[in-house]
Design a protein around this ligand. Structure first.
Ligand code: WTA
Length: 653
């Protein structure tokens, strides 16, 4: 984006608002807006207070060391152990409390208490020790959603070794690259994982990756499918065997607050993956504090984050945040539609889930399947709903609140990133007046702004770049092995400001509206439009389930808006509907935003974490050879869309 004028034109007008549920504030973790003012007056003091909720082996000397920006350090001199904070600390008072109600895709179930989890982690940590893993060690983990995954992570943390979890949907090549970059000496995987009724051959993929990763000396394999796998004697070991054989007594290593807890590679939509480095004290402070405050965690809550632990959402809000808070969580292994479209709601009903946290892409999928599936389940316990990963369209937000939240549950739309480690912008359910489509305000202790090309704040209502202007405890510390790229990517555009890479606008009330990735902004006749606003207007139409919008090169307008739309189940698409949809956008946000073409398609290309890959749709629209598709979850759909786009390229009038 260059030139004069607003960095991004924000067109959409907000509509309805929802005040917090009556009577909630007095019992809430944060029940008053005074928390914002208090944190703003003394952000470091606020974070120290949050950090004090953890158990430290020795206190910190300095809360924030900002002597070498942007390499900030938090709680320096302090020592603690992340696994001890997630497990040991709870044993005296709540050892028999369930940590996870786990459910396998084939239907097997198991609940594990904090005491049992503690014992398994201690044994497995001792087993890892026998494989040479120690303080400062590096372990790669490539697993599906089975209990051995958090056990493996916590065992590393207990020993003071760093882990990198590679999402189980990635290929052998992706695994190899990440293991190599990370410098792993041990890989922990499983025979197969279950996903949508299929068996994913994780061990076979691991074998392929290990063949080209000589630094990895051992491969620990959890049994899940019981199907035979190839075996390399001396290198391969069964998880359960070495765990059972190990001693249950394993002291937790006191770790420096700034010691790396893990690195997580961002899959991104472009470029070489970046190893985002998170450390121990600051990260755990951010993850546990936000998990308590955003979800208003109570003692009797049953919490379910339906993400995969392979992404940061699972790290912070399935493993480290909830366990540090002693919460009871649901963990589900498989696909949401297996064996039927009821599965998610069946699980929510069975465990009496009271807090559900999922992604807009999932919500839009459920919306597409129709209201009848959640309707037949008792979801009356649900009191808080969360959303993360993409901007949520107001239509999907309303559907979520109405059909899953009984028309009353607050929806917390949480904005954050792998880099930020924990939630940065979100409503507080007992305090915020909600606006569907807005993530509300920066969390207490977080300071965010929206700036233009010159780095100055843009006026209220105008779109610009989202930046964070004060360090926060759970921030990334660097990119593994590449300090220069860290500085270049996040800190060079506007010196002193962290560049999130997202567009945003702040409305008159001070509420933040995320506008999608900066790279996705379209330039139509000199107006810089955010894709998300046009997409929201499309999804607002009752026939539409999901929409993706891109700018394709156009001789007249610079870029023309090309839309790709999936319809709700049971709706038939024809030319009349396409015309209607184009007009609908024009009425909703203005003629400038009217799509030049609309292609109806059965699905949209998405990354494995569910984000729409607009870059590929741009390639399709401009009839170019497709760019890198390795991070794509559903490759076939791009070819289908390409054929449709060629058959039906232009509709503009
Ligand atoms: C997007 C996921 C709008 C955003 C935790 C961000 C969102 C990227 C929201 C990070 C939200 C995440 N509203 N956009 N509530 N949450 N995003 O690293 O573009 O997988 O920069 O972390 O997702 O994705 P990541």
């Amino acid at each position: 984006m260059t030139g004069n004028g607003p960095a991004i034109d924000a067109l959409q007008q907000e509509g309805v608002t929802y005040p917090p549920p009556p009577g909630m504030a007095p019992y809430a973790v944060i029940g008053s807006a005074a928390a914002y003012a208090r944190a703003e007056a003394d952000p470091i003091g606020w974070w120290e207070e949050q950090a004090h909720r953890l158990q430290w082996d020795s206190p910190w000397d300095v809360a924030l060391d900002d002597s070498t920006p942007p390499f900030y350090r938090w709680f320096t001199g302090g020592t603690l152990n992340a696994a001890a904070n997630c497990l040991d600390r709870h044993l005296p008072e709540r050892g028999d409390r369930v940590a996870f109600h786990w459910e396998g895709e084939p239907g097997d179930r198991m609940s594990i208490t904090y005491r049992e989890l503690h014992e398994r982690v201690c044994r497995f940590a001792n087993a890892l020790k026998d494989l040479g893993v120690e303080r400062g060690g590096r372990v790669a983990i490539y697993m599906g959603m089975i209990l051995e995954l958090p056990i493996a992570m916590l065992a590393c943390a207990r020993l003071g070794a760093a882990h990198t979890v590679v999402f189980g949907g990635f290929s052998a090549e992706a695994l190899r690259d990440r293991m190599e970059d990370f410098g792993a000496t041990v890989l922990i995987t499983q025979d197969h994982s279950f996903r949508a009724g299929k068996k994913v051959p994780l061990k076979a993929n691991s074998d392929d990756a290990l063949a080209q990763a000589p630094g990895v000396r051992h491969c620990v394999v959890a049994r899940r499918s019981e199907e035979p796998v190839d075996w390399t004697e001396g290198r391969d070991l069964w998880f359960q065997d070495i765990e059972d054989a190990a001693d249950p007594d394993c002291p937790a290593e006191p770790m420096d607050s700034e010691q790396m807890l893990y690195a997580l590679y961002t899959s991104g939509t472009t470029g070489k993956p970046k190893g985002i480095v998170h450390t121990t004290g600051g990260y755990l402070t951010g993850a546990s504090s936000t998990h308590r405050t955003v979800f208003d965690l109570r003692d009797d809550d049953i919490y379910w984050c339906a993400a995969d632990i392979g992404w940061v959402t699972g790290h912070s809000y399935i493993v480290y945040g909830p366990l540090a808070n002693g919460a009871t969580s649901v963990m589900y292994e498989g696909a949401p539609a297996f064996p039927s479209h009821n599965r998610i709601w069946e699980i929510a009903e069975r465990y009496r889930v009271s807090i559900l946290y999922t992604a807009p892409t999932a919500i839009r999928t459920y919306m597409k399947w129709g209201d009848t599936f959640p309707q037949v389940h008792d979801l009356s316990r649900i009191r808080i709903l969360g959303s993360v990963g993409e901007p949520i369209n107001p239509e999907a937000w309303e559907w979520y609140r109405d059909h899953i939240g009984g028309g009353t549950a607050p929806v917390v739309d949480t904005w954050w990133q792998t880099e930020t480690g924990s939630i940065m912008i979100s409503p507080l359910p007992a305090v915020s007046t909600l606006k569907p489509g807005s993530a509300s305000r920066p969390m207490p202790g977080i300071s965010a702004r929206v700036v233009g090309e010159d780095g100055q704040d843009v006026p209220r209502g105008q779109g610009g770049y989202l930046v964070i202007d004060k360090p926060w405890p759970s921030m990334l510390r660097t990119l593994l092995g590449d300090d220069d790229r860290y500085v270049e990517t996040y800190w060079s555009r506007f010196p002193g400001l962290y560049l999130a890479g997202d567009g945003c606008r702040i409305d008159d009330d001070g509420d933040f509206w995320l506008l999608g990735r900066i790279d996705d902004v379209m330039n139509v006749s000199g107006h810089r439009l955010s894709t998300i606003e046009v997409e929201s207007a499309l999804v607002d139409h009752p026939a539409v389930a999901e929409a993706a919008v891109v700018g394709r090169a156009d001789e007249v307008t610079g870029e023309a808006i090309a839309a790709f739309v999936t319809l709700r189940d049971g709706v038939a698409g024809d030319d009349a509907l396409i015309t209607e949809l184009r007009n609908h956008v024009a009425t909703q946000i203005g003629p400038i935003a009217k799509p030049a073409s609309i292609v109806l398609t059965a699905d949209l290309p998405k990354t494995r974490s569910g984000k729409i890959m607009r870059r590929l749709l741009r390639d399709v629209s401009e009839q170019r050879k497709l760019g890198d598709v390795t991070t794509l979850a559903n490759e076939e759909i791009v070819t289908e869309i390409a054929a449709l786009a060629v058959a039906n390229p232009h509709q503009e009038d």
